[in-house]
Design a protein around this ligand. Structure first.
Ligand SMILES: Nc1ncnc2c1ncn2[C@@H]1O[C@H](COP(=O)(O)OP(=O)(O)OP(=O)(O)O)[C@@H](O)[C@H]1O
Ligand SMILES: [Mg+2]
Length: 268
């Protein structure tokens, strides 16, 4: 397989301190997630053709690629929401045969692309339903600090929130889970630029010490949040490495993502 690589996904070059993970000095910490030969079919279509990648702990990894390339499919397969073949290991242990429920218990959390909230319930009720872990009560205070709007709108029906506020509620619900790996699908999709800035600022705080696999079409958002990147093309990992290396390679971003960057950092 022809995989272009800036450096191995999983951060083998060790650029961040990533303390407390048991790795010796200069050694890469063991990956949180290892995916080997992941295949997924949807209907008649063979969507993922044997993905191989690792996710390093305490970092945000962007999962990138053109529309329809299989980014959401990858997250759904990791969660066990779509049938797949291949091997998925979380902290070195296979979760491949586990149900979605068990994978979530093992530490996977998910913010879907369409920001699922219970529209007939209030903001507070939506959050209360997600308080399923002993740590959730402490985490609620953090969620309210990150998204003060949610506390102010506690009594409001979630269905009457703006798109940005619903995204914050969806993120807030997921952050109540002490997850080992947070899967976030396009958190800024369809949001106004000013709201994107707010969501990105909150995500920067919320993900500071977390391990995140972030699907994001907006390269500037990915740049602001992620240190590592995985690029999918034709159902395979076409490139993985440091986000900065990806962004520095104009030909690569143009060919793989269909975007270029002018000197001012604007996407074209
Ligand atoms: N429910 C479905 N049944 C069959 N095929 C599907 C289904 N949902 C998506 N697909 C197909 O699977 C492929 C991958 O879709 P997926 O949603 O994973 O792409 P994506 O990279 O997340 O795209 P986007 O950037 O548009 O969100 C696409 O060709 C899509 O048409
Ligand atoms: Mg998608």
């Amino acid at each position: 397989m022809n995989v272009r690589q800036g450096r191995p996904a999983g951060g083998a070059a060790v650029s961040s301190p990533a303390a407390g993970n048991g790795a010796g000095p200069g050694e890469a910490p063991p990956p949180i997630l290892e995916v080997d030969g992941l295949h997924v079919h949807r209907g008649e279509a063979h969507i993922l053709h044997g993905l191989d990648f690792h996710i390093a702990p305490n970092r945000v990894t962007a999962l990138l690629g053109r529309n329809g390339v299989g980014k959401t499919t990858t997250l759904l397969a990791l969660l066990g929401l779509l049938p797949s073949s291949g091997e998925i290991r979380l902290e070195g242990e296979s979760v491949t045969s586990l149900s979605t429920h068990r994978r979530v218990q093992r530490g996977l959390a998910y913010v879907p692309e369409d920001r699922e909230v219970f529209s007939q319930l209030t903001v507070a009720e939506n959050l209360r339903l997600a308080m399923q872990w002993p740590e959730s009560a402490d985490r609620l205070a953090t969620v309210h600090e990150l998204f003060p709007e949610l506390e102010r709108r506690s009594a409001q029906k979630a269905g009457s929130l703006s798109g940005g506020q619903q995204q914050m509620l969806a993120l807030g619900r997921t952050l109540l889970h002490p997850a080992k790996l947070l899967l976030i699908d396009e958190p800024t999709k369809g949001l106004a630029p000013i709201v994107i800035t707010e969501v990105v600022a909150a995500l920067q705080q919320a993900t500071a010490d977390s391990t995140v696999l972030l699907v994001e079409q907006n390269l500037r958002v990915a740049e602001a949040l992620a240190t590592d990147a995985i690029v999918l093309d034709e159902g395979r990992v076409a490139w993985s490495g440091a986000m900065a290396d990806l962004l520095a390679d104009e030909e690569l971003t143009r060919s793989m993502l269909g975007v270029g960057r002018r000197a001012g950092g604007q996407e074209t």
